[in-house]
Write a protein that binds this ligand. Structure first.
Ligand code: ACO
Length: 428
């Protein structure tokens, strides 16, 4: 028998069905709420309790610290998979066999040229521009050189749009870095693997041969997998809501990049490193910054701590912390910032303020330390996050369009002035 939730308003009872997900989560289906109650809505700032869609891509249990993509545990994927396999899994629902993966990679490579005119756009940005602003603009600019909309009823058109953005996006990422560093813009090397090609595009110098480093390849592979999707977070919800107006894939992803930029979301990886640097410069007194984070009069927050959904350890943070140790050791980097990070973490995990609020390190507490060891400038960290999150955005956009979801349009509770008589300007 189907289960129902009862809502009572002014003595009148309304029944709503309970729906259950495959992991036994339960939601109250309030699709008919306004119709049956004569206009009552719900109010839920930040959507803390509101499910915006049904999705079969990513599952996370914030209480237990579980994360899986299409049923595969993040720990297994981070340890055993290649990023491109995970990209395929997220977008096309199954892990690819070798033949499928080879075809997918070759189709992506075939789309890895960016129109030369895009260089003129990037040239117009000052070197001081933040790479996230540049990346969002360039992604949006791609609509000028590619079909701006996708016929989602055609499997071929959908596939072509997907491989197109997967081919061109890493070039844009590399160009934002090269622009910042005053290096010539060029294209990758299609004889290389997806990750190897990204590293070469980012780091090679025009006057010397680029030598691949397996530690860097493995570290980037892991970081991109860990960032690849995270269900209905701020940037993904943005991609879905922009796409729900039937805006094209590139435009929707460009909006997602802007949403990711903020320090409460993807921008946290940059903010964490800047915070750790500031603590180091200030003599390394972690207790002072712990006190600032707890002081309600002080706007300072411990960046890289806390999460809207995880009220237990972020499983990605555990993997990244171990990876940070390994990568620094393998690359022979000694970074005092890692010690400050570990010290802060220990203090927070034993502090009543953080314990009672269930604030644990999130994915970005340690990721910046790895990026820094890889010689990636701090302002590029969120761009690297975007590179990892791209397949998640694509998968979520595709799912939203194929499920023919309605345009996203929340309600509000109006709290402004009621009717006022208009006075002409000389009478005010
Ligand atoms: N430092 C100090 N106090 C914190 C922190 C923090 N990092 N995070 C939350 N709190 C406190 C809040 O002040 C609040 O305290 P109160 O109950 O006494 O008022 C309580 O914990 C709950 O915090 P909210 O802001 O209500 O939680 P919310 O779910 O809205 O925010 C968020 C989650 C934005 C991630 C928050 O924890 C934060 O700002 N963290 C720092 C930024 C960060 O690391 N963001 C990256 C998130 S992961 C990602 O997007 C990839």
């Amino acid at each position: 028998m189907s289960r129902l939730a009862t809502l009572e308003i002014d003595g009148k009872k309304y029944k709503f069905p309970l729906v259950q997900g495959t992991e036994n989560e339960i939601a109250i289906d309030i699709k008919t709420l306004r119709a049956v109650t004569g206009g009552v809505t719900t109010i839920d700032p930040g959507y803390k309790n509101t499910g915006s869609c049904e999705s079969a891509i990513t599952f996370l249990d914030g209480e237990k610290g579980i994360l899986s993509y299409r049923g595969y545990a993040i720990e297994d994927l981070a340890e055993k998979a290649d990023f491109l396999e995970v990209v395929f899994l997220l977008i096309f629902e199954e892990l690819p066999n070798q033949e499928q993966l080879d075809k997918f990679h070759s189709d992506i490579k075939a789309q890895s040229l960016v129109d030369e005119d895009v260089r003129k756009i990037i040239d117009a940005f000052p070197k001081s521009a933040h790479p996230m602003g540049v990346l969002s603009s360039l992604t949006s600019a791609l609509t000028a050189f590619n079909p701006s909309s996708v016929n989602v009823d055609s499997e071929d058109a959908m596939y072509n749009a997907i491989v197109r953005i997967l081919g061109k996006f890493p070039v844009l990422v590399a160009w934002t870095l090269r622009k910042k560093q005053g290096l010539p813009l060029d294209y990758g090397d299609n004889s290389l693997g997806y990750i190897e090609n990204i590293l070469k595009m980012m780091f090679h110098k025009p006057n010397e041969e680029y030598v691949q480093n397996q530690v860097m390849i493995d570290a980037l592979n892991k970081l991109l997998i860990l960032h690849a999707d995270h269900e209905q977070n701020c940037s993904t919800s943005t991609v879905r809501i922009v796409g729900s107006s039937h805006a094209g894939l590139f435009a929707s992803i460009s909006a997602g990049i802007s949403a990711l930029w903020g320090p409460l979301h993807g921008g946290a990886n940059q903010a964490v490193l800047e915070m750790l640097e500031a603590i180091k410069e200030d003599g390394g007194d972690t207790k002072k910054y712990m006190a600032k984070a707890k002081d309600k009069e002080d706007p300072f927050r411990l960046m890289g701590f806390g999460h809207r959904v995880y009220k237990n350890f972020d499983p990605r943070a555990k993997i990244i912390k171990a990876a940070a140790d390994e990568v620094l050791e393998d690359l022979g980097v000694e970074d005092p910032i890692l010690d400050i990070a570990k010290g802060l973490e220990q203090e927070a995990l034993n502090d009543e303020y953080f314990v009672s609020r269930k604030l644990y390190p999130n994915v970005d507490f340690y990721s910046g330390i790895i990026y820094r060891a890889m010689d990636i400038p701090t302002e590029m960290f969120t761009v690297m996050f975007a590179l990892g999150r791209l397949p998640g955005w694509i998968a979520q956009w595709k799912e939203m369009r194929l499920r023919k979801e309605p345009i996203g349009r929340p309600r509000q509770l109006y709290i402004g002035e009621t009717h006022r008589e208009f006075k002409t300007i000389k009478n005010r």
